[in-house]
Design a protein around this ligand. Structure first.
Ligand SMILES: [Ca+2]
Ligand SMILES: [Ca+2]
Length: 216
């Protein structure tokens, strides 16, 4: 028996890879934070919540540091930047991270409620209803992207717009990099961190900062 040892031949991979375009990274292995739910109906007449919200999820088996990640909201129709939320803290395996966004309801439904429990808040950022793209970025990299309704930016095929009293949610946290396949319109389920992180101190500090900054 003989082993053929081939000298490692470096193939010419460098030449083609120079274009610097952020590309949505596939996370079929379930090892990276995903955008799990988007509620764009805070301004709507029939939505159950007054605030828009974006829910993130850690589908992996390990805690993931959020520091350095950003959530960017872009309007689908005109690609307007509706704002960026800088993330911080740590997200435990299997846990959620809820961003409470703007309450822009001019004529809310009578029974619509303010989001009471959340992990971070930015009252200046809203998600344009039904047509938008949400990016989760780290530096130049796009970790995840969700486009729905009429929009230029999406993974695979854009998800269908959410119904006016519903949210757009990922099924079982699975990311196949096809928004149309991964997301459906459903009854909103805003889920915040349960605090079951290994590093309780970080999360406790984070939530106390947030609650002291909340102005309800
Ligand atoms: Ca993705
Ligand atoms: Ca949810």
């Amino acid at each position: 028996m003989s082993f053929r040892t081939s000298a490692a031949v470096a193939t010419a991979v460098g030449a083609a890879g120079l274009a610097f375009v952020p590309v949505a990274t596939a996370t079929p292995d379930g090892n990276q934070i995903v955008i799990n739910e988007v509620y764009s109906n805070g301004a709507g007449l029939s939505g159950p919540y007054l605030n828009d919200f974006i829910e993130l999820y850690n589908p992996s088996d390990d805690p993931i540091i959020l520091d350095g990640m950003s959530v960017i909201v872009l309007g689908g129709v005109d690609d307007t930047n509706y704002g960026t939320v800088e993330l911080e803290g740590e997200l435990a395996a299997g846990d959620h991270h809820l961003l409470k966004l703007k309450n822009s309801a001019a004529h809310p439904a009578e029974d619509a409620v303010e989001l009471e429990k959340f992990d971070a808040e930015d009252a200046d950022v809203r998600v344009p209803a039904h047509n938008a793209s949400i990016l989760l970025t780290f530096g130049e990299s796009t970790l995840d992207l969700v486009g729905f309704g009429v929009t230029e930016r999406f993974e695979g095929e854009a998800a269908r717009a959410d119904a006016s009293d519903e949210s757009l949610a990922r099924t079982d946290g699975v990311d196949t990099d096809d928004n149309a396949a991964d997301f459906t319109s459903q009854e909103p389920t805003p889920q915040h961190s349960t605090g079951e992180a290994e590093d309780q101190d970080d999360l406790g500090e984070l939530s106390s900062q947030l609650s002291s900054g909340s102005s309800r």
